[in-house]
Structure formats: C-alpha cells, structure tokens
Design a protein around this ligand. Sequence first.
Ligand code: XMP
Length: 508
Amino acid sequence: MDKILVLDFGGQYNQLIARRVRAFNVFAEIKPYNKISPEEIASAGYKGVIFTGGPNSVYDKKSPHYSKDILSLGIPILGICYGHQLLAYISGGKIEPARSGSEYGKTELFADKNILFDGVPQNSTCYMSHTDYVSELPDGFKIIAHTDNCLCAAMANDKNRLYGVQFHPEVTHTEYGSQILKNFVFGVCGCKPDWKMSDFITRTTEKYKKELAGKKVLLALSGGVDSSVAAVLLHKAIGNNLYCVFVDHGLLRLHEGDYVEKTLGGKLGVNVIRVNAEEKFLGKLSGVTSPEQKRKIIGEEFIRVFESEAKKLGKIDILAQGTIYPDVIESGKGDSAVIKSHHNVGGLPDVMSFESIIEPLRDLFKDEVREVGERLGIPKELVWRQPFPGPGLAVRVIGEITKEKLELLKKADAVFREELENSQKRPSQYFAVLLDTKSVGVMGDGRTYGYTVALRAVDTHDFMTAGWSQLDYDVLERVSSRITNKIKGITRVVYDITSKPPATVEWE
Ligand code: XMP
C-alpha cells in the first residue's frame, strides 16, 4: 500500500493534511519531526513526505529543524508554510521576515505552469498565515507562484521532486488546495489510490485470522463507537474467541446497557459478557462530590471489575483496545495541562498480564472508523452516536451521586435527546445535567421544591473548542415543559449558553 508521511513541525492543521490525503484513498500518517530519522523514512517506503506548517521561524535556535540528509533520499517532498521555509533553508536558500509585515487570510495567488498546479487557474485564492518568507531561492529551485506581497508563494525543484508552498493548501479557504495536494500525491509521488475501507476490513480480518488463530482475546466494550467497531471487526476475524466484557456501571443513559447488549450481542453475534456492577460503583461513589475523585474512583473500580471478570474466563492471551488514530497522535505529543483526567477503558494492561495488546483501529480517523462500522453492518444510530464520557452520568450529576438523582437525570436526558432527535437541528453533542441545588416551584396551587436540570448542547468539529448551540426556542420550550410536567422531583430547567473555552463541554 502506498503511503505519504506528514512530518509534523507543530502546525495547527496537521491532522487536516493527513485527512485530505486519505480522502484521495491514499494512506497518510503523521509523525513528529523528532521521532523519525531520514534513514527510518527511507526504510519505511514512503512515496512522499509533506513538511507541515508550524509557529516558528527557521532562524530561531529553538525552532524545529530537520537533517538535510532527507534531500538525498530521492523521495518527493512538499513543504507547507513553515515546512516550505524549512525546505528552502536546508536546501541552501535564505529566509527573512517580510518587510511588508505578515500576510494573513485569503489572498490572491498567481500560479505559473507546473505539475503542482495542474488544473489550477492562473488566478485563484489561497490562505496565507506567515511573517517570514523565502527571500533567496536555493540552487535548483524556481518560483512557481506569487502573491502581491510574497514573491515566492511557491517554489519547485522539478528534477529532484521538491516543492514548497507558502500558503496552506489543506484548508478550504485555499480554493484549489485539494487539487494541489492531489497533484503532489498522484502527479509527483505517483501514489495509487489503494486505501479503501472495504480493503481495510478484508486486510485486517485476514491478518487477525492468521495471527490470532487459537488465541483468546479480551476486549473492554464501552458501547461507544470505537470499542463497538473494534469488537465487530475482531469478531469477524476470530468469532467466539473474542470475549467482550461490558461493564455496566449504572452510569449509562436510559436503556443504554440493554441496547448495547442487544445490538452487539444479539444481531451482530458478538460474544458480550455484561457485568451489572451498579451497586458496586454507587457504593464506592457514595458521599463523593469532587469531580476528579469521582473520575479516579470510577477508573479504578472499572479495572477491578474488569480484572475479576477476566479471571473467570481463565487464561487470556491478548488484550484488544479500541484506540483510534487521534489518540495515537495525541499521546505522541508533549504534556499539556490536565484539565480533566479523562477516563477511558484503555490503560488496563498495567494491572494484568497479556502476551500482547492489539489495536485494530489505531490507524483510523473517527470518520473512517464510522465508515468501517457501517460497512460491518452496525446500525447507524450506534455508528453515529455522539461521544459519551467514560465516567458516564457520574460527571453529569453535580455533587453527590445518589440513585434518586441518577434516575431523575436519566429521564430528563432521554426527553432532551428525543426532542432534539425529532428536530431539524442536530448539535455535535447534547445532554442534560442534574444540578446540586434545589429550587422552589409552583404546581397547581401547591408549592414544589425540587432539582434543577441544565441542558447542554454544543457544536464543534474537534471537541477541543466548542460553541453553545443556538437551539430553537420552541424545542427548548417543549423540553422544559415535558421535563417539569412529567418528571416529579425536577422543578426548573435552564439552558447552558457557555462556549468552550471558557467552560468545558461537560460540567465536571
Ligand atoms: P470536555 O468536558 O473536556 O469534553 O470539554 C470534551 C469531550 O470529551 C468528552 N469527555 C470524555 N470522554 N472520557 C471520555 O472518553 C472522559 O473522561 C471524558 N470527559 C469528557 C466529553 O463528553 C466531550 O465530548
């Protein structure tokens, strides 16, 4: 399979570059610049390398650099923004801060005739974001595009198949960005479009059929998209040698435990072992109000329950996890501040012994995982399910968790979800939160005193930032009256209008 390496110099759009290339059915993977040497690049058999953008200046001592040995590998390179300047720099060119200041935003691009611009008109729009520019070309290069403020908006050394663009072809503001990347991937690198999800399924199941023959494999099933797709994929390869342990901690949404068990275990025939551990979890959480402590307790308890189930199954050879590509990329990066200790069903092997761990989805982006899920026949409502935190409703019941509060929240959340699912607008994520404060209400002629529910709905691409959804008032009205009329114990409904940042998506 042909593949492209996206060499990461710290740009904001690096995942986007890999996704654009994959949209052409060519496999692309991202590696931090300091985690792969030119020798490793050569032996990995990449058909081309893309240097990403980044916030630095090549002359800054602390800026990320790369050995010029890469130039003699004979592998085509495309530098983008900082990557363009770095390519010029290591090839012997000169970079300077632009006298006219930085160039930022949509800019008119004048392109010359070149393989990189096949199908791109002479005048088009590109997206620029830079302060430095290439002021002297390296030997063997020529300018192939300019803008009013940037003489070298693109350069080429056709003989050695080295190209650089000062603008960002990966963002949609660059009108012909996709075409330019396509020209590089197919025209320059000569890749074949052989990265297809149908092939991925066949390849992966064939591989695991051989590798896992006669082995017992254990998977922690959360009911989320990733672990469900991993389960069905592995089931296709090894059938009942796959044991999926589904720990129902009682903190799932209304009827969710039954749904997961029925869908995967029933229709799809996956070997699901459901453990009902609500009492255990609620016992451990009793009296606990701190969000971080709740998360820790649930994470630990999860491991204990999982461990004891695994023991019952006897010797297990292999642990399978639903890790996906963004998790792999994230974990390759430096430390960022801990806002919340996210709990997933990963991180289990520390306390258990397995021959090895397999992660069948570790090369896939979320949309690719969903495509695989659909192709495997997993129902659409599971495949397109919104994210749900590992600690579940524990972080949506503010303050102490009691069975009564959990039941109220489950019902209110179900009403909100149902109303939104029947409406025009479908935000990226939506749920209810049960607050810790009670307030006074009036019903008929009597006084009521009950809990407050906050509705949360956000629109986002990546969940790193998110805007609150501008839901229709009549939808909010229906949700509010259904909740307060039908759920005894809830007297007030409020709508959360805070974006992330400064808030987070979840309340705890
Ligand atoms: P926050 O609240 O951090 O949430 O803005 C961002 C996204 O992550 C989900 N989330 C979690 N997912 N384990 C998970 O698997 C967790 O502990 C967790 N906490 C938050 C949240 O639902 C949102 O989609």
